[in-house]
Design a protein. Sequence first.
Length: 168
Amino acid sequence: MKKIYKAKKGASFGDKDAQIIGKQINKIIEKNKLKEISSKELLEDAKNTESPIHKYFDWNDTKAAEKYRLYQARLIINHVEITITTPSQQEIPVRAFLNIKNKDDNFKRVYVTIEKALSEEDLRIQILKQALYEIENWQQKYNVYTELSIIFNAIKKNQKVIKNNMAW
């Protein structure tokens, strides 16, 4: 059976590259008689300059270190929570800072406080759109599991309600 690999939306590569990457991952799994692969095993294969996936990695250690530190900074920001009290007096933990596209700075990705995201309508809509996008991705990821169909149906029904109530 021929497998056709495609790049997931938001990937740093296209469908043609996804085909190359997917085939190489399967080749590594088969070569090592594995039923799985770890990111470390993929990296080990990519270190070989002859590997078809070598070019997808940044081998400049200075640039790679900076990229990794930026990744760490995002992780740190994303893992800070605060507890807010809902109008019904329920206390819930939420992310303290949310990632948005700054329309005033060429749509650069930045973080804002949860308070700002809740109080400014354009940010609130942006966050809700992102939430719906993430829900759709979650559904795509798990849509082969029929056990979750009741959840998918509820999401689909409520997505329509939310979209109808919002000034998109």
